[in-house]
Design a protein around this ligand. Structure first.
Ligand code: F6R
Length: 242
């Protein structure tokens, strides 16, 4: 794992966007794995602004999002479909058919999970997967205890995750209890992984990730077994390391 230290959130977003843009501009065909949540928002803002200024094209880019809530229609304000459209897709020229987000409204969710995993494989696999990290070490919505052999599946969200995400809803009750998420094995199939960690809230989990053992109790620890992982963290997130 390569660790890149960023001064603050602004610096972290620029460093992450730079790495992504190098791929977008340098590869004829690119498959990106994308995350939602608070952390990547500033990265998406930079990508949007850069495309507006330089006319950077995303015609050759395919995307797969990590996860989606079960039971929220795509046009729900808090769905990850809406998040991605509002933060990125509405402002770049990516062909709509190249965009993939799990369908949390599918009648048969098991079938949807199989279909999603197959589509990732059919696209040739993810070249660069962007990840945030939960305070309990989750990646995607893979909560502690998730098998390292899991592919896209339905999960029951932990209370701590629902509480953390309730800041985007008007009340905790509105936060869905279930989600569809790429599994740990799906994430590990990516050729390259970029994990972002920001703020004091992430300091303890980052310390456990860097110094602790590889265990299913800390899902992100699996990344130590991947050969091409970059972590970009700001000073606050790194504050428990020294
Ligand atoms: C988002 C996702 C989650 C978040 C994590 C951190 O698609 O899969 O694993 O990356 O919960 O969220 P933030 O960035 O809001 O701290």
């Amino acid at each position: 794992m390569q660790l890149i230290k960023a001064k603050d959130y602004h610096d972290l977003c620029h460093k992450a966007a730079e790495l992504i843009l190098r791929k977008v501009k340098g590869q004829k065909k690119l498959t990106l794995g994308l995350a939602t949540g608070g952390t990547p928002q500033g990265v998406y803002r930079i990508l949007v602004e850069e495309a507006r200024q330089n006319g950077t094209t995303y015609q050759h880019v395919t995307t797969f999002n990590l996860d989606e809530y079960v039971g929220l229609p795509p046009d729900h304000p808090q769905s990850y479909h809406t998040y991605m459209n509002k933060k990125l897709f509405d402002f770049i020229d990516i062909p709509p058919q190249n965009v993939h987000i799990p369908d949390g409204m599918a009648e048969n969710l098991e079938e949807e999970c199989r279909r999603y995993e197959q589509m990732i494989d059919q696209s040739g696999g993810i070249d660069l997967q962007l990840l945030g990290i939960g305070i309990n070490g989750h990646i995607g919505f893979n909560e502690p205890g998730t098998s390292f052999h899991s592919f896209t599946h339905v999960v029951k969200l932990e209370e701590s995750t629902r509480i953390a995400n309730s800041r985007f809803f008007s009340s905790l009750e509105e936060v869905p209890a279930f989600a569809v998420t790429m599994g740990i094995a799906s994430i590990m199939k990516s050729k390259e992984i970029l994990l972002l960690a920001v703020g004091k809230r992430k300091a303890e989990v980052l310390q456990r990730l860097i110094y602790g053992e590889v265990t299913e109790e800390l899902p992100a620890s699996v990344l130590k077994m991947h050969q091409h992982v970059t972590i970009i963290a700001d000073e606050e997130a790194l504050s428990s390391l020294s």
